[in-house]
Write a protein that binds this ligand. Structure first.
Ligand SMILES: Nc1ncnc2c1ncn2[C@@H]1O[C@H](COP(=O)(O)OP(=O)(O)OP(=O)(O)O)[C@@H](O)[C@H]1O
Ligand SMILES: Nc1ncnc2c1ncn2[C@@H]1O[C@H](COP(=O)(O)OP(=O)(O)OP(=O)(O)O)[C@@H](O)[C@H]1O
Ligand SMILES: [Mg+2]
Ligand SMILES: [Mg+2]
Lengths: 251, 251
Protein backbone atom coordinates (compact mmCIF):
# COMPACT_ATOMS: atom_id res chain seq x y z
CA UNK A 1 0.00 0.00 0.00
CA UNK A 2 1.24 3.51 -0.84
CA UNK A 3 3.04 5.24 1.97
CA UNK A 4 3.05 9.03 1.88
CA UNK A 5 5.10 10.72 4.62
CA UNK A 6 4.58 14.44 5.25
CA UNK A 7 7.71 16.01 6.77
CA UNK A 8 6.38 19.10 8.50
CA UNK A 9 7.14 21.66 11.20
CA UNK A 10 6.16 25.32 10.88
CA UNK A 11 9.32 26.39 12.77
CA UNK A 12 12.04 27.44 10.38
CA UNK A 13 15.38 25.75 9.88
CA UNK A 14 14.79 22.47 11.73
CA UNK A 15 16.16 20.29 8.89
CA UNK A 16 12.91 19.39 7.13
CA UNK A 17 14.53 19.69 3.69
CA UNK A 18 17.71 17.95 4.82
CA UNK A 19 15.62 15.10 6.25
CA UNK A 20 13.63 14.62 3.03
CA UNK A 21 16.71 14.77 0.80
CA UNK A 22 18.82 12.45 2.98
CA UNK A 23 16.08 9.94 3.79
CA UNK A 24 15.03 9.87 0.14
CA UNK A 25 18.62 9.20 -0.89
CA UNK A 26 18.93 6.43 1.72
CA UNK A 27 15.73 4.74 0.52
CA UNK A 28 16.93 4.91 -3.10
CA UNK A 29 20.34 3.53 -2.04
CA UNK A 30 18.48 0.60 -0.47
CA UNK A 31 16.77 -0.07 -3.78
CA UNK A 32 13.38 1.45 -3.03
CA UNK A 33 11.39 3.46 -5.55
CA UNK A 34 11.01 6.90 -3.94
CA UNK A 35 9.20 10.09 -4.90
CA UNK A 36 10.11 13.37 -3.20
CA UNK A 37 7.68 16.29 -3.38
CA UNK A 38 8.84 19.87 -2.88
CA UNK A 39 5.99 21.88 -1.39
CA UNK A 40 7.99 25.01 -0.55
CA UNK A 41 7.92 28.07 -2.86
CA UNK A 42 11.57 28.60 -1.89
CA UNK A 43 12.26 25.28 -3.66
CA UNK A 44 15.17 24.37 -1.37
CA UNK A 45 14.61 20.62 -1.84
CA UNK A 46 14.56 21.05 -5.62
CA UNK A 47 17.84 22.96 -5.47
CA UNK A 48 19.36 20.48 -2.99
CA UNK A 49 18.56 17.62 -5.41
CA UNK A 50 20.66 19.30 -8.10
CA UNK A 51 17.73 20.80 -10.06
CA UNK A 52 17.53 24.53 -10.92
CA UNK A 53 14.01 25.64 -9.92
CA UNK A 54 14.12 28.50 -12.44
CA UNK A 55 14.80 26.10 -15.30
CA UNK A 56 12.14 23.51 -14.53
CA UNK A 57 9.39 23.24 -17.11
CA UNK A 58 6.52 21.87 -14.99
CA UNK A 59 6.21 22.06 -11.22
CA UNK A 60 3.96 20.90 -8.39
CA UNK A 61 2.23 24.28 -8.79
CA UNK A 62 0.90 23.25 -12.22
CA UNK A 63 -0.26 19.95 -10.75
CA UNK A 64 -2.07 21.57 -7.81
CA UNK A 65 -3.90 23.95 -10.15
CA UNK A 66 -5.01 20.99 -12.25
CA UNK A 67 -3.16 22.12 -15.36
CA UNK A 68 -1.45 18.76 -15.82
CA UNK A 69 -1.09 15.40 -14.14
CA UNK A 70 1.81 14.68 -11.79
CA UNK A 71 3.58 12.33 -14.23
CA UNK A 72 4.25 15.24 -16.57
CA UNK A 73 6.04 17.15 -13.81
CA UNK A 74 7.94 14.33 -12.07
CA UNK A 75 11.64 14.19 -12.96
CA UNK A 76 14.54 11.89 -12.03
CA UNK A 77 17.42 13.22 -9.91
CA UNK A 78 21.18 12.47 -9.88
CA UNK A 79 20.86 11.27 -6.29
CA UNK A 80 18.31 8.54 -7.15
CA UNK A 81 14.79 9.50 -6.06
CA UNK A 82 12.18 10.96 -8.41
CA UNK A 83 11.24 14.57 -7.68
CA UNK A 84 8.07 16.64 -8.10
CA UNK A 85 9.79 20.02 -8.09
CA UNK A 86 8.70 23.41 -6.77
CA UNK A 87 9.39 26.95 -7.91
CA UNK A 88 8.61 30.43 -6.69
CA UNK A 89 5.25 30.43 -8.51
CA UNK A 90 4.04 28.16 -5.74
CA UNK A 91 3.77 31.24 -3.49
CA UNK A 92 0.71 32.13 -5.53
CA UNK A 93 -1.00 28.87 -4.60
CA UNK A 94 -2.23 30.12 -1.23
CA UNK A 95 -4.28 32.83 -2.89
CA UNK A 96 -5.25 30.80 -5.95
CA UNK A 97 -6.62 27.91 -3.91
CA UNK A 98 -8.11 30.11 -1.21
CA UNK A 99 -11.70 30.12 -2.34
CA UNK A 100 -11.90 26.68 -3.84
CA UNK A 101 -14.02 24.15 -1.97
CA UNK A 102 -11.95 21.05 -1.40
CA UNK A 103 -8.73 23.07 -1.65
CA UNK A 104 -7.17 20.84 1.02
CA UNK A 105 -7.52 17.77 -1.22
CA UNK A 106 -5.85 18.86 -4.45
CA UNK A 107 -2.52 17.18 -3.65
CA UNK A 108 -4.18 14.02 -2.33
CA UNK A 109 -6.20 13.66 -5.51
CA UNK A 110 -3.21 14.36 -7.75
CA UNK A 111 -1.14 11.76 -5.91
CA UNK A 112 -3.80 9.07 -6.07
CA UNK A 113 -2.71 8.05 -9.55
CA UNK A 114 1.09 8.02 -9.01
CA UNK A 115 1.66 7.05 -5.36
CA UNK A 116 1.10 3.32 -6.14
CA UNK A 117 4.15 3.48 -8.47
CA UNK A 118 6.40 4.14 -5.46
CA UNK A 119 7.41 2.34 -2.26
CA UNK A 120 7.49 5.67 -0.45
CA UNK A 121 6.54 9.30 -1.09
CA UNK A 122 8.13 12.02 1.08
CA UNK A 123 6.75 15.57 1.14
CA UNK A 124 8.95 18.55 2.14
CA UNK A 125 6.85 21.34 3.69
CA UNK A 126 7.55 25.04 4.07
CA UNK A 127 7.81 26.69 7.51
CA UNK A 128 4.12 27.53 7.70
CA UNK A 129 0.74 25.91 8.40
CA UNK A 130 -0.93 27.37 5.31
CA UNK A 131 -2.89 25.66 2.57
CA UNK A 132 0.14 23.89 1.07
CA UNK A 133 1.09 22.22 4.34
CA UNK A 134 -2.56 21.34 4.99
CA UNK A 135 -2.53 19.66 1.56
CA UNK A 136 0.48 17.62 2.60
CA UNK A 137 -1.16 16.59 5.90
CA UNK A 138 -4.37 15.69 4.05
CA UNK A 139 -2.55 13.61 1.43
CA UNK A 140 -0.25 11.79 3.85
CA UNK A 141 -0.58 8.41 5.48
CA UNK A 142 1.82 9.54 8.19
CA UNK A 143 3.59 12.63 9.57
CA UNK A 144 7.23 12.97 10.62
CA UNK A 145 8.10 16.03 12.72
CA UNK A 146 11.77 17.09 12.57
CA UNK A 147 12.65 19.47 15.37
CA UNK A 148 15.57 21.10 17.07
CA UNK A 149 15.82 20.30 20.76
CA UNK A 150 15.54 24.00 21.63
CA UNK A 151 12.78 26.00 23.29
CA UNK A 152 11.50 27.95 20.29
CA UNK A 153 11.23 24.73 18.31
CA UNK A 154 9.52 22.89 21.17
CA UNK A 155 6.84 25.58 21.34
CA UNK A 156 5.86 25.01 17.74
CA UNK A 157 5.11 21.33 18.31
CA UNK A 158 2.01 22.09 20.41
CA UNK A 159 0.65 24.32 17.68
CA UNK A 160 1.38 21.70 15.04
CA UNK A 161 -0.45 19.03 17.04
CA UNK A 162 -3.56 21.23 17.22
CA UNK A 163 -3.44 21.47 13.44
CA UNK A 164 -3.17 17.66 13.26
CA UNK A 165 -6.34 17.38 15.37
CA UNK A 166 -8.21 19.55 12.87
CA UNK A 167 -6.84 17.58 9.93
CA UNK A 168 -7.87 14.29 11.50
CA UNK A 169 -11.32 15.65 12.25
CA UNK A 170 -12.05 17.20 8.86
CA UNK A 171 -9.78 16.15 6.04
CA UNK A 172 -7.73 13.04 6.86
CA UNK A 173 -9.13 10.73 9.49
CA UNK A 174 -6.39 8.15 9.23
CA UNK A 175 -3.28 10.38 9.48
CA UNK A 176 -0.75 8.68 11.77
CA UNK A 177 2.04 10.50 13.54
CA UNK A 178 5.22 8.57 12.99
CA UNK A 179 6.99 10.67 15.60
CA UNK A 180 9.35 13.50 16.40
CA UNK A 181 12.83 13.42 14.88
CA UNK A 182 15.36 15.45 16.91
CA UNK A 183 17.70 17.05 14.35
CA UNK A 184 21.04 18.89 14.59
CA UNK A 185 21.19 17.33 18.06
CA UNK A 186 24.03 18.29 20.38
CA UNK A 187 23.93 15.73 23.18
CA UNK A 188 26.52 17.68 25.17
CA UNK A 189 24.16 20.58 25.86
CA UNK A 190 22.00 20.16 28.92
CA UNK A 191 19.14 22.16 27.36
CA UNK A 192 18.95 19.80 24.38
CA UNK A 193 18.69 16.77 26.67
CA UNK A 194 16.04 18.51 28.80
CA UNK A 195 13.92 19.55 25.82
CA UNK A 196 14.11 15.99 24.49
CA UNK A 197 12.95 14.61 27.83
CA UNK A 198 10.13 17.22 27.94
CA UNK A 199 8.89 16.19 24.52
CA UNK A 200 8.81 12.54 25.50
CA UNK A 201 6.87 13.22 28.68
CA UNK A 202 4.58 15.97 27.47
CA UNK A 203 3.34 14.45 24.22
CA UNK A 204 2.31 10.90 23.73
CA UNK A 205 4.55 10.68 20.66
CA UNK A 206 7.43 8.40 19.66
CA UNK A 207 10.74 10.26 19.75
CA UNK A 208 13.02 8.82 17.09
CA UNK A 209 16.80 8.42 17.38
CA UNK A 210 18.33 11.92 17.20
CA UNK A 211 20.42 12.97 14.19
CA UNK A 212 23.55 14.61 15.55
CA UNK A 213 24.76 18.02 14.52
CA UNK A 214 27.54 17.67 11.97
CA UNK A 215 29.32 20.17 9.74
CA UNK A 216 29.13 17.62 6.90
CA UNK A 217 25.44 18.36 6.25
CA UNK A 218 25.91 21.92 5.09
CA UNK A 219 28.30 20.83 2.32
CA UNK A 220 25.74 18.70 0.51
CA UNK A 221 23.07 21.10 -0.87
CA UNK A 222 25.57 23.15 -2.86
CA UNK A 223 26.65 20.01 -4.73
CA UNK A 224 23.11 18.94 -5.59
CA UNK A 225 23.66 15.65 -3.77
CA UNK A 226 22.77 14.44 -0.29
CA UNK A 227 25.18 13.67 2.54
CA UNK A 228 24.98 10.01 1.45
CA UNK A 229 27.01 11.05 -1.60
CA UNK A 230 29.16 13.84 -0.20
CA UNK A 231 30.11 12.06 3.06
CA UNK A 232 29.11 8.48 2.42
CA UNK A 233 30.42 6.89 5.59
CA UNK A 234 29.83 9.77 7.99
CA UNK A 235 27.70 9.44 11.10
CA UNK A 236 25.20 11.85 9.55
CA UNK A 237 24.73 9.66 6.48
CA UNK A 238 24.42 6.62 8.71
CA UNK A 239 21.80 8.32 10.89
CA UNK A 240 19.56 8.86 7.86
CA UNK A 241 20.15 5.30 6.62
CA UNK A 242 18.86 4.12 9.99
CA UNK A 243 15.83 6.41 9.71
CA UNK A 244 15.13 5.03 6.23
CA UNK A 245 15.37 1.50 7.61
CA UNK A 246 12.98 2.37 10.45
CA UNK A 247 10.58 3.81 7.88
CA UNK A 248 10.69 0.66 5.77
CA UNK A 249 10.26 -1.60 8.77
CA UNK A 250 7.06 0.17 9.73
CA UNK A 251 5.49 -0.98 6.46
CA UNK B 1 14.28 60.96 12.93
CA UNK B 2 12.54 57.62 13.49
CA UNK B 3 14.55 54.59 12.58
CA UNK B 4 12.60 51.46 11.70
CA UNK B 5 14.71 48.37 11.02
CA UNK B 6 13.07 45.38 9.33
CA UNK B 7 14.87 42.15 10.23
CA UNK B 8 13.95 39.81 7.40
CA UNK B 9 14.98 36.64 5.58
CA UNK B 10 12.46 34.19 4.19
CA UNK B 11 14.80 31.25 5.00
CA UNK B 12 13.82 29.59 8.24
CA UNK B 13 15.88 29.46 11.40
CA UNK B 14 18.59 32.01 10.60
CA UNK B 15 18.26 33.85 13.96
CA UNK B 16 15.89 36.66 12.94
CA UNK B 17 14.01 36.44 16.26
CA UNK B 18 17.21 36.01 18.27
CA UNK B 19 18.69 39.07 16.53
CA UNK B 20 15.64 41.26 17.26
CA UNK B 21 15.40 40.15 20.91
CA UNK B 22 19.14 40.47 21.61
CA UNK B 23 19.70 43.73 19.72
CA UNK B 24 16.58 45.22 21.31
CA UNK B 25 17.86 44.24 24.75
CA UNK B 26 21.28 45.74 23.99
CA UNK B 27 19.76 49.03 22.85
CA UNK B 28 17.61 49.19 26.00
CA UNK B 29 20.66 48.37 28.13
CA UNK B 30 22.41 51.35 26.48
CA UNK B 31 19.53 53.58 27.55
CA UNK B 32 17.70 53.83 24.23
CA UNK B 33 13.93 53.76 23.90
CA UNK B 34 13.20 50.72 21.75
CA UNK B 35 10.04 49.19 20.25
CA UNK B 36 10.07 45.60 19.02
CA UNK B 37 7.34 44.42 16.64
CA UNK B 38 6.47 40.74 16.29
CA UNK B 39 5.21 40.14 12.77
CA UNK B 40 5.18 36.33 12.90
CA UNK B 41 1.95 34.40 13.61
CA UNK B 42 4.11 31.90 15.48
CA UNK B 43 4.81 34.74 17.95
CA UNK B 44 8.30 33.48 18.81
CA UNK B 45 9.57 36.99 19.64
CA UNK B 46 6.59 37.60 21.93
CA UNK B 47 7.31 34.33 23.73
CA UNK B 48 11.05 35.02 23.85
CA UNK B 49 10.36 38.39 25.53
CA UNK B 50 8.55 36.62 28.36
CA UNK B 51 4.99 37.31 27.13
CA UNK B 52 2.41 34.52 26.64
CA UNK B 53 0.90 35.12 23.15
CA UNK B 54 -2.31 33.31 24.16
CA UNK B 55 -2.85 35.67 27.08
CA UNK B 56 -2.24 38.95 25.28
CA UNK B 57 -5.29 41.20 25.01
CA UNK B 58 -4.42 43.24 21.90
CA UNK B 59 -1.93 42.30 19.22
CA UNK B 60 -0.36 43.69 16.05
CA UNK B 61 -3.16 41.85 14.22
CA UNK B 62 -5.76 44.22 15.70
CA UNK B 63 -3.58 47.17 14.72
CA UNK B 64 -3.13 46.01 11.12
CA UNK B 65 -6.86 45.52 10.72
CA UNK B 66 -7.44 49.04 11.98
CA UNK B 67 -9.40 47.96 15.06
CA UNK B 68 -7.25 50.01 17.40
CA UNK B 69 -4.16 52.21 17.43
CA UNK B 70 -0.72 50.76 18.21
CA UNK B 71 -0.49 52.44 21.62
CA UNK B 72 -3.32 50.25 22.90
CA UNK B 73 -1.44 47.11 21.95
CA UNK B 74 2.15 48.06 22.90
CA UNK B 75 3.31 46.55 26.20
CA UNK B 76 6.51 46.79 28.28
CA UNK B 77 8.73 43.70 28.66
CA UNK B 78 10.91 42.46 31.54
CA UNK B 79 13.97 42.73 29.32
CA UNK B 80 13.50 46.47 28.69
CA UNK B 81 12.16 47.16 25.20
CA UNK B 82 8.50 47.84 24.48
CA UNK B 83 6.77 45.14 22.42
CA UNK B 84 3.94 45.11 19.89
CA UNK B 85 3.05 41.43 20.30
CA UNK B 86 1.80 38.84 17.82
CA UNK B 87 -0.46 35.85 18.19
CA UNK B 88 -1.68 33.03 15.99
CA UNK B 89 -4.60 35.17 14.71
CA UNK B 90 -2.02 36.96 12.61
CA UNK B 91 -2.07 33.99 10.22
CA UNK B 92 -5.45 35.27 9.10
CA UNK B 93 -3.94 38.61 8.06
CA UNK B 94 -2.71 37.37 4.70
CA UNK B 95 -6.25 36.54 3.62
CA UNK B 96 -7.90 39.46 5.37
CA UNK B 97 -5.62 42.04 3.79
CA UNK B 98 -5.46 40.31 0.41
CA UNK B 99 -8.00 42.35 -1.45
CA UNK B 100 -7.46 45.67 0.22
CA UNK B 101 -5.87 48.39 -1.90
CA UNK B 102 -2.89 49.78 -0.02
CA UNK B 103 -2.55 46.55 1.99
CA UNK B 104 1.24 46.97 1.94
CA UNK B 105 0.98 50.25 3.88
CA UNK B 106 -1.12 49.32 6.91
CA UNK B 107 1.87 48.86 9.21
CA UNK B 108 3.63 51.99 7.94
CA UNK B 109 0.53 54.06 8.60
CA UNK B 110 -0.01 52.56 12.04
CA UNK B 111 3.59 53.23 13.01
CA UNK B 112 3.56 56.83 11.83
CA UNK B 113 2.06 57.97 15.12
CA UNK B 114 4.27 55.97 17.52
CA UNK B 115 7.67 55.59 15.83
CA UNK B 116 8.71 59.15 16.85
CA UNK B 117 8.38 58.09 20.52
CA UNK B 118 11.29 55.68 20.05
CA UNK B 119 14.99 55.87 19.18
CA UNK B 120 14.68 52.62 17.26
CA UNK B 121 11.97 50.24 16.08
CA UNK B 122 12.93 46.65 15.17
CA UNK B 123 10.54 44.37 13.25
CA UNK B 124 10.83 40.56 13.48
CA UNK B 125 9.56 38.92 10.27
CA UNK B 126 8.31 35.38 9.63
CA UNK B 127 10.12 33.03 7.20
CA UNK B 128 8.09 34.14 4.19
CA UNK B 129 7.80 37.01 1.69
CA UNK B 130 4.05 37.38 2.11
CA UNK B 131 1.98 40.47 2.86
CA UNK B 132 3.21 40.78 6.46
CA UNK B 133 6.87 40.90 5.46
CA UNK B 134 6.05 43.29 2.60
CA UNK B 135 4.42 45.50 5.24
CA UNK B 136 7.62 45.45 7.27
CA UNK B 137 9.75 46.32 4.22
CA UNK B 138 7.34 49.11 3.29
CA UNK B 139 7.34 50.57 6.81
CA UNK B 140 11.09 50.34 7.36
CA UNK B 141 13.82 52.92 6.91
CA UNK B 142 16.34 50.10 6.64
CA UNK B 143 16.64 46.32 6.26
CA UNK B 144 18.95 43.94 8.16
CA UNK B 145 19.36 40.46 6.69
CA UNK B 146 20.46 37.79 9.20
CA UNK B 147 21.70 34.67 7.46
CA UNK B 148 23.51 31.43 8.08
CA UNK B 149 26.71 31.07 6.09
CA UNK B 150 25.36 27.92 4.43
CA UNK B 151 24.27 27.25 0.86
CA UNK B 152 20.50 27.01 1.37
CA UNK B 153 20.55 30.30 3.24
CA UNK B 154 22.72 31.98 0.62
CA UNK B 155 20.25 31.04 -2.09
CA UNK B 156 17.44 32.89 -0.34
CA UNK B 157 19.36 36.18 -0.37
CA UNK B 158 19.03 36.58 -4.14
CA UNK B 159 15.29 36.09 -3.94
CA UNK B 160 15.03 38.54 -1.07
CA UNK B 161 16.96 41.18 -3.02
CA UNK B 162 14.51 40.86 -5.94
CA UNK B 163 11.70 41.53 -3.49
CA UNK B 164 13.61 44.60 -2.24
CA UNK B 165 13.80 45.91 -5.82
CA UNK B 166 10.00 45.64 -6.10
CA UNK B 167 9.49 47.32 -2.73
CA UNK B 168 11.79 50.19 -3.69
CA UNK B 169 10.04 50.60 -7.00
CA UNK B 170 6.45 50.51 -5.75
CA UNK B 171 5.99 50.94 -2.02
CA UNK B 172 9.12 52.30 -0.30
CA UNK B 173 11.52 54.29 -2.44
CA UNK B 174 13.92 55.09 0.36
CA UNK B 175 14.45 51.64 1.89
CA UNK B 176 18.15 51.23 2.68
CA UNK B 177 19.85 47.88 3.12
CA UNK B 178 21.93 48.03 6.26
CA UNK B 179 23.60 44.77 5.35
CA UNK B 180 23.89 41.03 5.86
CA UNK B 181 24.47 39.74 9.39
CA UNK B 182 26.11 36.28 9.42
CA UNK B 183 24.58 34.41 12.37
CA UNK B 184 25.39 31.15 14.18
CA UNK B 185 28.75 31.52 12.46
CA UNK B 186 31.30 28.74 12.80
CA UNK B 187 34.58 30.21 11.57
CA UNK B 188 36.26 26.80 11.70
CA UNK B 189 34.20 25.39 8.83
CA UNK B 190 35.62 26.09 5.41
CA UNK B 191 32.14 26.24 3.82
CA UNK B 192 31.08 29.04 6.18
CA UNK B 193 34.14 31.10 5.26
CA UNK B 194 33.55 30.45 1.54
CA UNK B 195 29.87 31.40 1.66
CA UNK B 196 30.77 34.59 3.52
CA UNK B 197 33.34 35.48 0.86
CA UNK B 198 30.78 34.70 -1.88
CA UNK B 199 28.22 37.01 -0.32
CA UNK B 200 30.72 39.84 -0.12
CA UNK B 201 31.77 39.45 -3.74
CA UNK B 202 28.43 38.63 -5.30
CA UNK B 203 26.26 41.30 -3.75
CA UNK B 204 27.18 44.90 -3.32
CA UNK B 205 26.12 44.72 0.34
CA UNK B 206 27.88 45.42 3.63
CA UNK B 207 28.59 42.20 5.52
CA UNK B 208 28.47 42.92 9.24
CA UNK B 209 30.65 41.29 11.90
CA UNK B 210 29.49 37.66 12.25
CA UNK B 211 27.78 36.49 15.45
CA UNK B 212 29.43 33.22 16.46
CA UNK B 213 27.54 30.04 17.15
CA UNK B 214 27.16 29.57 20.90
CA UNK B 215 25.14 27.16 23.00
CA UNK B 216 24.28 30.07 25.32
CA UNK B 217 21.69 31.45 22.87
CA UNK B 218 19.29 28.55 23.08
CA UNK B 219 18.95 28.95 26.86
CA UNK B 220 17.49 32.43 26.69
CA UNK B 221 14.03 32.13 25.05
CA UNK B 222 12.74 29.67 27.64
CA UNK B 223 13.47 32.19 30.39
CA UNK B 224 11.71 35.07 28.65
CA UNK B 225 14.93 37.07 28.69
CA UNK B 226 17.63 37.67 26.07
CA UNK B 227 21.22 36.40 26.21
CA UNK B 228 22.15 39.80 27.66
CA UNK B 229 20.40 38.68 30.84
CA UNK B 230 21.03 34.94 30.83
CA UNK B 231 24.73 35.13 29.85
CA UNK B 232 25.58 38.78 30.43
CA UNK B 233 29.29 38.63 29.73
CA UNK B 234 29.31 35.96 27.06
CA UNK B 235 30.74 36.53 23.59
CA UNK B 236 27.23 36.17 22.19
CA UNK B 237 25.87 38.98 24.35
CA UNK B 238 28.87 41.11 23.44
CA UNK B 239 28.35 40.48 19.71
CA UNK B 240 24.84 41.89 19.91
CA UNK B 241 25.99 44.85 21.99
CA UNK B 242 28.41 45.65 19.18
CA UNK B 243 25.63 45.33 16.60
CA UNK B 244 23.47 47.69 18.67
CA UNK B 245 26.36 50.15 18.84
CA UNK B 246 26.85 49.93 15.07
CA UNK B 247 23.12 50.56 14.61
CA UNK B 248 23.22 53.64 16.83
CA UNK B 249 26.32 55.00 15.13
CA UNK B 250 24.60 54.88 11.77
CA UNK B 251 22.04 57.42 13.01
N1 LIG C 1 22.34 17.41 11.43
C1 LIG C 1 22.71 18.62 10.98
N2 LIG C 1 23.85 19.18 11.43
C2 LIG C 1 24.26 20.39 10.98
N3 LIG C 1 23.61 21.14 10.08
C3 LIG C 1 22.46 20.63 9.59
C4 LIG C 1 21.95 19.36 10.00
N4 LIG C 1 20.78 19.14 9.32
C5 LIG C 1 20.59 20.21 8.54
N5 LIG C 1 21.60 21.11 8.68
C6 LIG C 1 21.75 22.42 8.00
O1 LIG C 1 20.88 23.34 8.68
C7 LIG C 1 20.31 24.28 7.74
C8 LIG C 1 18.78 24.21 7.85
O2 LIG C 1 18.33 22.96 7.38
P1 LIG C 1 17.09 22.84 6.38
O3 LIG C 1 17.14 23.89 5.32
O4 LIG C 1 17.02 21.41 5.94
O5 LIG C 1 15.89 23.16 7.40
P2 LIG C 1 14.36 23.40 7.03
O6 LIG C 1 13.55 23.00 8.21
O7 LIG C 1 14.02 22.72 5.73
O8 LIG C 1 14.33 24.98 6.84
P3 LIG C 1 13.06 25.84 6.28
O9 LIG C 1 12.13 25.96 7.45
O10 LIG C 1 13.67 27.16 5.86
O11 LIG C 1 12.46 25.06 5.14
C9 LIG C 1 20.82 23.86 6.35
O12 LIG C 1 21.91 24.71 5.97
C10 LIG C 1 21.30 22.43 6.54
O13 LIG C 1 22.36 22.07 5.67
N1 LIG D 1 24.47 32.53 17.51
C1 LIG D 1 23.71 31.44 17.78
N2 LIG D 1 24.29 30.29 18.19
C2 LIG D 1 23.55 29.19 18.48
N3 LIG D 1 22.21 29.13 18.40
C3 LIG D 1 21.56 30.24 18.00
C4 LIG D 1 22.27 31.46 17.67
N4 LIG D 1 21.34 32.39 17.31
C5 LIG D 1 20.15 31.79 17.42
N5 LIG D 1 20.26 30.50 17.84
C6 LIG D 1 19.19 29.50 18.05
O1 LIG D 1 18.81 29.00 16.77
C7 LIG D 1 17.38 28.76 16.73
C8 LIG D 1 16.78 29.54 15.56
O2 LIG D 1 16.86 30.92 15.84
P1 LIG D 1 15.61 31.88 15.61
O3 LIG D 1 14.33 31.25 16.07
O4 LIG D 1 15.97 33.22 16.20
O5 LIG D 1 15.63 31.96 14.01
P2 LIG D 1 14.50 32.61 13.08
O6 LIG D 1 15.18 33.05 11.83
O7 LIG D 1 13.74 33.67 13.83
O8 LIG D 1 13.56 31.38 12.77
P3 LIG D 1 12.14 31.43 12.01
O9 LIG D 1 12.48 31.48 10.54
O10 LIG D 1 11.46 30.14 12.38
O11 LIG D 1 11.41 32.66 12.48
C9 LIG D 1 16.83 29.19 18.09
O12 LIG D 1 16.64 28.04 18.91
C10 LIG D 1 17.92 30.08 18.66
O13 LIG D 1 17.96 30.06 20.09
MG1 LIG E 1 13.17 23.50 4.00
MG1 LIG F 1 11.69 33.86 14.12
Amino acid sequence: DSRIVAVANQKGGVAKTTTVASTGAALAEAGRKVLLIDLDPQACLTFAMGIDPDQVQFTVHDVLLGRLGPRMAIIPTPEGPDLLPASIELSGAEMQLANRTGREYVLREALAEVAPDYDMVLIDCSPSLGVLTINALTAATELLIPMQAETLSHRGVAQLLETIDDVRRYTNRSLQIMGVLPTMFDARTRLAREVLKDIEEQYDLPVLTPVSRSVRFAEAPGTGRSILSTARRSRGAQAYRELAAALMEAS
